[in-house]
Design a protein around this ligand. Structure first.
Ligand SMILES: Cc1cc2nc3c(=O)[nH]c(=O)nc-3n(C[C@H](O)[C@H](O)[C@H](O)COP(=O)(O)OP(=O)(O)OC[C@H]3O[C@@H](n4cnc5c(N)ncnc54)[C@H](O)[C@@H]3O)c2cc1C
Length: 357
């Protein structure tokens, strides 16, 4: 675990030094490449990084997801304090919304923020928090209770050394990266650390996820393209039955399907990112991209493992790592089933509007 932590911190630093993280934040005055986060640039970066290293992609993505709410909803003071160090790679960011009893149904979250003078007292739990344990600050979503459900949630920037915030458990997963469960016990957070208005937290969370959802699709494309490259290389060199594996039409059908699926998912991914950059609503398009790219990447990587035979299941072989790397992407930032519901709801709503009009 310590090795992964160190590697992740090092990657964040290197990505900062190399100028990559300028694309993870918004606001030129704070070190960003542009005033608003460029969704297409984020996708291109994630696709490229994922092709080479799942952990590098993760390190980049979390700097963006963990600070996106500050880029988009922070005060000038909050931006000045946090964004330059995120872009330089000297501060590690995290996004904490999930709880043991609130994952897909995130509006059911229970972690409470109670107003107490000029501050809030946070009490509750967050789990599955990427960068948990190594982050310098967390964007925490907690219930302030203005209204039930999604309308009674606010967002806070919580520094990792705040008294009352404890890393209760480090979680190991199939594609290792820093992950933890956090516990808040009378954790006092100044009201000045609240992002946006009280009760606006759910909107802040969803609009941050809206920017980065298509980039999860881009990461899946990176993994899938690497799998295709490896499959081509192995199948054109592996001799069997007097020829090479790629000479068999059954193998060619696999390669053709992998390449076509990947390119169709790429079109959906970059359409969503392009619409986002144009300032158009992308909820449905980003959901289509995330669902399709992560699902086809899983299939493409599985085909690559099959082409490699026994070698494909050797621990830490490149296709075996890809097989593990891709799996969580079909679950986090909205599982495939959640994306299906988002797409269908969008279609039904658009249809109803057309019928009425
Ligand atoms: C590697 C990893 C990193 C993560 N990082 C973060 C992070 O940084 N910050 C954070 O806040 N959270 C993070 N998460 C949590 C993630 O967002 C949740 O895992 C996700 O929202 C699903 O919630 P859950 O795990 O509680 O599953 P549940 O909500 O229990 O869902 C279980 C399954 O039910 C199915 N399902 C869900 N809804 C429906 C439906 N309506 N109809 C039919 N089936 C459905 C899906 O198949 C889903 O996988 C991370 C998770 C993973 C795996």
């Amino acid at each position: 675990m310590r090795e992964v932590d160190e590697e992740c911190r090092k990657l964040v630093r290197l990505l900062g030094e190399g100028g990559w993280l300028r694309y993870a934040i918004g606001g030129v005055a704070y070190g960003a490449s542009a005033e608003t986060i460029d969704a297409r640039a984020v996708c291109l970066i994630r696709e490229t990084l994922a092709r080479h290293s799942g952990l590098a992609d993760f390190a980049f993505a979390m700097q963006g997801l963990g600070s996106g709410a500050i880029s988009n909803f922070g005060t000038q003071k909050q931006k000045q304090h946090y964004l330059p160090s995120v872009a330089q790679g000297s501060a590690v960011a995290a996004f904490a919304i999930s709880e043991p009893e609130a994952g897909s149904d995130v509006a059911a979250l229970q972690c409470a923020a109670t107003k107490d003078g000029d501050s809030y007292l946070l009490n509750g739990e967050k789990t599955w928090i990427s960068n948990g344990g190594i982050a310098d600050f967390y964007i925490v979503f907690a219930r302030t209770g203005e209204e039930p459900g999604g309308k009674g949630i606010s967002a806070f920037i919580v520094d990792s050394d705040t008294a009352g915030l404890e890393i209760a458990e480090r979680i190991t997963v199939m594609a290792p990266h820093p992950l933890a469960r956090l516990v808040f016990k009378n954790c006092r957070v100044p009201a000045a650390q609240r992002l946006g208005d009280s009760g606006q937290g759910f909107k802040i969370a969803m609009s941050t996820l809206d920017i980065f959802r298509s980039s999860v699709a881009a990461a899946a494309l990176g993994f899938a393209r690497r799998a295709l490259l490896e499959a081509l290389s192995r199948s054109t060199s592996r001799k069997m039955f007097g020829q090479v594996l790629a000479d068999f039409q059954l193998t060619q059908a696999k390669l053709a399907k992998m390449a076509t699926d990947i390119d169709s998912a790429a079109l959906l991914t970059y359409r969503a990112a392009w619409l986002k950059d144009l300032g158009q609503p992308v909820t449905v398009e980003a959901a289509m991209a995330k669902m399709t790219a992560t699902e086809i990447a899983q299939q493409a990587i599985d085909s690559a493992v099959q082409i490699f035979g026994a070698l494909g299941v050797v621990s830490d072989h490149v296709v075996e790592s890809l097989y593990r790397e891709i799996r969580p992407l079909r679950i986090y930032e909205g599982a495939t089933e959640v994306q299906q519901l988002i797409i269908a709801r969008g279609l039904i709503k658009a249809h109803a509007t057309k019928v009425k009009g």
